[in-house]
Design a protein around this ligand. Sequence first.
Ligand code: ADP
Ligand code: ZN
Ligand code: ZN
Length: 817
Amino acid sequence: MSQFANVVLPLPLPQLFTYLVNPSEPVEIGMRVIVPFGRRKFYTAIIIEIHQTPPVHYDAKPIHTVLDEYPVINLLQLDFWKWMSDYYQCTLGDVFKAALPSGFKMASETHVFANPDFCETTPLTSNELTILGFVNSQKKTTISEIQKQLDKKEVFNTLFKLHHLGALSIEESIEESYKPKTVTGYYLGENFRTEETLKTVFDQLNRATKQLEILMLFISKVGFAKALEGKRILKSQLEEDAALSPAPLNELVKKQILVPYAHEIGRLNYEITQTIAPKALNDGQIKAMDEINTAFYNHQTVLLKGVTGSGKTEIYIHLIEQAIKEHKQVLYLLPEIALTTQITSRLKLHFGNRLGIYHSKYSDGERVEVWNDVLMKKNYQLILAVRSGIFLPFQNLGLIIVDEEHENSFKQYDPAPRYHARDSAIMLGHLHKANVLLASATPSVDSFYNAMQGKYTLVELNERYGGLEMPQILIANVREAKRKKQMKSHFTPLLIEQLTIALNAKEQVILFQNRRGFAPYVECGECAHIPKCQNCDVSMTYHKNKHLLNCHYCGYSLAFPNECPACGSPAMETRGFGTEKIEQELKLFFPEARIARMDLDTTRSKKAYETILFDFEQKKLDILVGTQMISKGLDFDNVSLVGILDAENTLNYPDFRSHERGFQLMSQVSGRAGRKHKQGTVVLQTTDPDHPVIQWVIQHNYHDFLKAQLEERELFKYPPFYRLIHITIKHRDEGRTDKASRNLALALGQIFGNRVLGPQPPLVARIQTLFIRQIMLKLERNASMIKTKQMIQHSIHALIAQPEYRSVIVQINVDPV
Ligand code: ADP
Ligand code: ZN
Ligand code: ZN
């Protein structure tokens, strides 16, 4: 009887597809296979079900290749994927695409590159050499191209093997600025690989004893026969006994007797020989630890609310240690890659080589390496990751820590699945029966409400470690200073005074402005014209050092106009201010100070980010100016002053979460002040000192902030009391966008009644040439997500089935943030 396999393809298709299993190549659920799909295309697919029922509407094609000998996805993961596709209303294919590193999902159109630093450690087969040779000759090619040119069908297996060996890299790695860590090694030059030629060399080197010694050393370490085959050896291996002197070594290299190469080392593998035990906890921390453990014992998720510097991280370290002792895996989630730098060195100290890191700044090869390590339960027992870490093939997960749980960047915005990693982590913990700890100094309203409802256990740490006081927050009234004409550009006298004190005392300063660029927009002084992006409905931001206007939504840029495009007057003026302008003005006021800026523009590469942080830590910088990037989890011990330049700017988004976000942002930025040695100072510049959120920030008053938020949210039917779903409609034609969205809202209204709001144009109603309308659904919390998904999908399908709306894009976002 024929066997069939239902597979998921990495495509946004609502259904699984059925293929015929080749009896000589048995498959299991969770294995990867290559299958033909559509016209002459091949994809990596994953087996989801195996059965004996042929498909009804088509003849099942046979599976082309079975890639794995054992499943690389486990059953728990598949359950998790299914949950995610139901809850976040996307296809299983969307989840598959998001979940696997690209090294695992080659398809016909995948780009392949040769890795110039590759050194072979095992001999390659002739098939492998042919393909590698072809790829080498092409610089960049696609898999279907290889198939065509070499007239080979069976290239996928070979490509996977070559990729696994590090000979190739694929697709996404091109854009990465991250350069793998390498060490030097040597092999014998091509022209010297026979006994005779080598003998001549020995004769010639007779008088150059140093060079001869090195060559002899090389041959003795590699072995004579192997040396003639071109075997490679690392410089460090040559130097096991004594360092090589550089001059004679260089001579050998110059003569091409020894050829150097760069050997890529798995950066996660460098040896840590000694680790230290976790620090002893103080009384408050011990109490918190006990409460956490009791809650875990009772299968409760814990929300740890601990002020910045209270030692939450030390507690995580103890919890991780516990879990590892029980041979469990641990997942430590952070909202952003930027934050992993500092915490990595702290965790390495305690967990050494058991720490694995997983995020997109690593090459796909390294991601595959971590994936396999977790799958086979080899080295890594603790994985530090950003949101995609929830997709790793854990089998024995004991603990998940979600640090800075309030951060929005846990939510994936685009493409689908638009999942929230914190909420998904709770589901993942549930599937694994693992403990889950959410932690923050300023918990999200949603999580705190869950704790109030008894869904989570609340544990608090209200004091900073070492008894340090919370920073003192001073208000600088911008409106008053302006009236008295005391402002120095964007600086109040109070901020200038505090800056002077801090700099004189050789203490460091952080200045926060949540806008990058020089000025958020420019305006004509004559006719008030504001240049806007040609693709989006937003004004262009001025970047002074490039002398450009730039759109922050689509990246479009223009030379700064010397005259007004509308009236021709030369009076173009900048309005408002961003980090670039603050940095420049500081240089005028404090010419002696060493200043750096940290925002999206200065940290395009991972290296740049690390350099700025490192310099700041090493006190090579006095002032760090930055956007929200500097607000999170960073721990510096010499920052005595934090300045918030424009407090309102964090509060004025027309969104029900704007006060929550503003409160968290300002509290978090303030928390950077005065760690370790002495109480810090925060200067908060505002035109509205009586604003309730600003008052709560000054008083460190989370309680009243929360109370007000909950009252408002209940009244207006927002989360955590209701569940929101945004449905976004996009099209190039405004009229069609309007009509399609009204039709859809009408159809949804027939099902969901007054739970449907809109359509409405969002704040930015056109992005990248597409017009945008939004429909909002406010659903009761206990509504079934599976039924909701069916009904929404049904309405959407009915809409785009009409020829007029076929090209309309409809996106669903469950629990938008
Ligand atoms: P949080 O994560 O809550 O911001 P941290 O864990 O970073 O706090 O702690 C703040 C500082 O206090 C760190 O430098 C940390 O090493 C130190 N610290 C916290 N707890 C202890 C402890 N029990 N023993 C020694 N140092 C501690
Ligand atoms: Zn004008
Ligand atoms: Zn734009």
